[in-house]
Write a protein of this length. Structure first.
Lengths: 146, 238
């Protein structure tokens, strides 16, 4: 990682990933077919976690002397969402987040600092890996998307 | 590393990556709101509510959305410039999130337009490449028409070409190519058009002797732009 500003830019990209993901979850929750309490609970929990992650990212950006910067372009047209559709979309988003955290972790690790950010990224990789694995497991039970 | 990664596309060139829109672009007809308005015919510039709805449905059902066109062309550009394309590269090039790219690629994969290997590298299928080639050809024709014939500025011509390339039909594209071939094949014709446009100057809004307009001055109406017109609609200004 070349300098602090570059790291701040990268953390802001992760912030955009998390905020955009939270909005997608919100939309999926709203469009999900009625009567699937378990999937609704998963979406709800994941929505809350993405918001928490976004807040932590904002704090990390501040700790590096930057300010959160958010630019997202998102359009979620109305559509009927089955439980499998919702979980497939969630998996896609979580896999993208995992890759984004993993990439930045690998790059920050080359320098070994800032240690606080390195530790945060490592934890996020673990958390996102867990999410991805959970979603894959549930999807195996539910079956393919429509 | 960052230095090897593609630069972002100029958002000014074409920033509308959204795949969905809130409603038709065709504005409702309002009588007597512009200079020289009078009714000689039924209000044809409703573009017919029914017709505009049909056009809108067709737009919504278009096989390639604006967003899809951008994603396909981004993959094509990355392949040509770097020899590979990953989700992260497409996200950086289009200046959107990886999550957004991954979601957008899903229908393209399902349609067989792109493939992703086990190492997550993306490539266009032969069909996807064909779509990109067609889109690029249409964009080229449109830009040529806007800039060389209509004398629109280069940047605006690119923006408009980008907005339309995935919507215009094969039939219209073919006729446009023929039209350009004809214009550019006739010695002096392009210069004559340029001189004619210059001589015409700005429209003053009179519709009586206008060979184009009937009830309303179309030139003045379109010159205001949709954003401005929407503001007028909301505020109730004439």
């Amino acid at each position: 990682m070349a300098d602090n500003n570059e790291l701040i830019d990268e953390l802001n990209r992760l912030l955009a990933e998390e905020v955009e993901a939270s909005l997608r979850y919100l939309h999926l929750k709203g469009c999900l077919e009625r009567g699937h309490a378990r999937v609704l609970a998963i979406l709800d929990e994941t929505f809350r976690e993405t918001i928490e992650h976004a807040e932590i990212l904002g704090e990390k950006i501040r700790s590096l002397g930057g300010l959160p910067s958010l630019e997202i372009r998102l359009s979620c047209p109305p559509r009927k969402v089955t439980p499998a559709d919702a979980l497939h979309d969630a998996l896609t988003v979580e896999e993208a987040a995992l890759e984004a955290y993993q990439d930045l972790y690998d790059r920050v690790r080359e320098n070994g600092k800032p240690a606080e950010i390195l530790l945060f990224l490592k934890e996020q990789v673990e958390v996102e890996t867990e999410h991805v694995e959970e979603l894959r497991k549930i999807l195996k039970e539910i079956g393919p998307a429509q | 590393m960052l230095g090897d990664e593609p630069s972002r596309m100029n958002p000014k060139t074409c920033s509308g990556l959204r795949s969905g829109h809130s409603g038709p672009w065709v504005l409702p007809y309002r009588e007597g709101t512009r200079t020289g308005t009078r009714r000689r015919h039924p209000p044809q510039n409703r573009i017919g509510d029914a017709v505009s709805q049909e056009i809108w449905k067709e737009f919504e059902q278009n096989a390639i959305t604006h967003s899809a066109a951008h994603h396909l062309m981004a993959v094509d550009r990355l392949m040509r410039e770097h020899g590979y394309a990953r989700v992260s590269d497409v996200a950086r090039l289009l200046d959107i999130t990886r999550g957004s790219v991954s979601i957008s690629l899903k229908p393209l994969k399902a349609e067989g337009l792109v493939d992703q290997d086990e190492n997550k590298f993306i490539r266009l299928s032969p069909r996807g490449q064909r779509v990109v080639d067609i889109l690029l050809a249409r964009r080229k024709l449109l830009i040529r028409f806007f800039s060389a014939v209509l004398r629109v500025g280069e940047e605006q011509a690119e923006v408009d070409g980008c907005k339309i390339e995935h919507l215009v039909s094969a039939a219209t594209s073919t006729r446009l190519a023929a039209f350009l071939r004809y214009l550019e094949g006739e010695a002096g014709l392009m210069a004559k058009i340029e001189a004619g446009l210059d001589a015409l100057g700005e429209c003053e809004g009179a519709v009586d002797d206008c060979p184009l307009c009937e009830d309303t001055c179309l030139a003045q109406l379109v010159a205001s732009g949709i954003g401005k017109a929407r503001t007028d609609e909301v505020s109730g200004e004439a």
